[in-house]
Ligand binder design. Structure first.
Ligand SMILES: Cc1cc2nc3c(=O)[nH]c(=O)nc-3n(C[C@H](O)[C@H](O)[C@H](O)COP(=O)(O)OP(=O)(O)OC[C@H]3O[C@@H](n4cnc5c(N)ncnc54)[C@H](O)[C@@H]3O)c2cc1C
Ligand code: FES
Ligand code: FES
Length: 459
């Protein structure tokens, strides 16, 4: 068989022999649904936003999750229910989100408007939401001409979703993803089946949310002969929080982690809000972030400071690797060929004082120039019992500065100890200069973040 089927604005769609790396955006536009636009083709602008009806764990029903359709390969739509802006105004009757945008003056050239409307509509229909809509739900949508105040006003003007077929549909459970096997694209439903595919075809490459791979495909024209999607593997989407550890499926989208980890520490919530945009976080996963071994990936510093490990599965069996031993070189990891990451484990109890800092050119929706996460446990005499200093953007891999960690154990956490850490950073960190920041800048920022951490603990 070589076809996929899905629901597009409530209409069944069948595509025979789909091209694998055509984007969902290009496909829907080719069907005449041209509300979604291509602004950047790299997940930055949100002009291509569409909604997917997915399971909502909290209510056991479903919710609309907004995604960048420019970063979804068409076969990823198989078995799903996709909603585009065209469906929000059936028979030409504008929905409340559209009317609010129009009356607040939230649109000028209109290129970005369909994307904003989809995000606003999904936010208004969020299960259990109360009060006005949260303008931060629009943080993945960029507008180059209107200015954000009228758009924010439109969000604040919207209350609960009025009764509609959409509201009724969200009371039902979401479609479940089945196994799929078409030439060039497989979607297994178990880890064993995934390993069989990976080990049976040397050209098979894993894909999860495709927020990295979609950019590679669109901008660098990278092509993969056989993509193996992990999106339908339940084990990779599991989450558990027990007294001794938190176990997070490597394929669980970041926003879903935020929803399921109900008593997540502040550091996780701060980290999540600084990671890309709501649209990217609806697709991006920890597995994808760590597997790229990007020196500027944001997950690694936070997870290193929390002493996390990764669970790997391969032909030879399962193993658990401390994250501190996972990055083996520039964009290299300890994962062997034919292995996949199934979960990330964070041991408990978490350290007493943990902070994450992200230095980027923009506060939101930007890549780190330097990221740092620090964790300290102090004893009853305020001496350091355990310290973790983890950084991204300062070497070929994300790293823990173990020399500094060892040097402060048993010391009082004071100005002199901070200076000692800074002297070690001066010696150990080896940042590069690039368009985001010079070597000297990155080093100084890293040192000043230790000081900032110190002041925050004192406060
Ligand atoms: C606009 C934009 C903003 C971004 N902002 C940030 C940011 O603020 N911080 C940040 O750190 N990153 C950011 N990113 C990068 C990206 O979103 C993350 O790296 C994301 O976590 C990747 O996850 P994914 O599931 O989409 O990976 P994919 O693109 O699906 O895969 C990435 C790589 O991981 C491999 N892989 C995926 N899953 C597994 C698995 N389970 N086991 C083994 N290998 C696997 C794939 O083979 C591939 O090599 C941004 C990207 C975009 C487009
Ligand atoms: S086209 Fe800009 S995010 Fe998709
Ligand atoms: S109205 Fe022109 S880009 Fe937003």
């Amino acid at each position: 068989m070589g076809h996929i089927e899905f629901l597009l604005n409530d209409q069944p769609v069948r595509v025979d022999h789909p091209p694998i790396q055509i984007t969902l955006l290009d496909f829907i536009r080719s069907r005449g649904l041209t509300g979604a636009k291509e602004g950047c083709a790299e997940g930055e602008c949100g002009a291509c936003a569409v909604a997917i009806r997915e399971a909502d764990e909290k209510t056991g029903r479903s919710a609309l999750r907004v995604v960048n359709s420019c970063l979804m390969f068409l076969p990823m739509a198989a078995g799903r229910e996709i909603v585009t802006v065209e469906a929000l105004a059936p028979d030409g009757e504008l929905c409340e989100a559209q009317r609010a945008m129009a009356s607040a003056g939230g649109s000028q050239c209109g290129y970005c408007t369909p994307g904003f409307v989809v995000s606003l509509f999904a936010e208004q229909h969020l299960p259990g939401r109360e009060g006005p809509c949260d303008p931060m739900a629009l943080a993945g949508n960029l507008c180059r001409c209107t200015g954000y105040r009228p758009i924010r006003d439109a969000a604040l003007a919207l209350g609960p979703a009025p009764a509609s077929e959409f509201v009724d549909r969200l009371l039902q459970s979401a479609p479940e993803l089945d196994a799929l096997a078409i030439p060039g694209f497989s979607r297994p439903v178990t880890v064993d089946a995934c390993l069989a595919l990976l080990n049976g075809d040397p050209q098979a490459v894993l894909v999860s949310g495709a927020t990295d791979m979609g950019v590679e495909s669109n901008l660098r024209h990278r092509r993969w002969p056989h993509l193996v999607s992990v999106e339908a593997i339940d084990e990779l989407r599991a989450f558990s929080d027990s007294p001794d550890r938190v176990l997070i499926g490597a394929g669980l989208p970041l926003n879903e982690i935020g929803r399921r980890w109900t008593d997540a520490p502040d550091v996780f919530r701060e980290w999540l809000a600084l990671f890309a945009s709501p649209l990217i976080r609806n697709r991006a996963t920890l597995g994808g972030n760590l597997a790229t071994a990007s020196p500027i990936g944001d997950a690694a510093p936070m997870l290193l400071a929390l002493d996390a490990s990764v669970h790997l599965a391969g032909k030879a069996g399962r193993r658990v690797v401390p994250l501190a031993a996972f990055f083996s070189g520039y964009r290299k990891t300890a994962m062997g060929p034919g292995e996949l990451m199934t979960a990330v484990e964070i041991p408990k109890p978490l350290a007493q004082f943990v902070r994450f800092y992200k230095i980027a050119k923009r506060r939101l929706d930007d890549i780190s120039t330097v990221a740092a996460a620090m964790a300290l446990d102090l004893d009853s005499a305020d001496r350091v019992r355990r310290a973790r200093f983890a950084f991204g953007g300062v070497a070929a891999t994300p790293l823990r500065v173990t020399e500094a960690e060892a040097a402060v154990v048993g010391q009082p956490w004071n100005d002199a100890t901070v200076e000692r850490v800074q002297r070690i950073l001066d010696r150990v960190l080896q940042p590069m200069s690039d368009h985001r920041g010079s070597k000297a800048y990155r080093l100084e920022v890293s040192k000043s973040l230790v000081e900032k951490y110190h002041w925050e603990l004192r406060a």
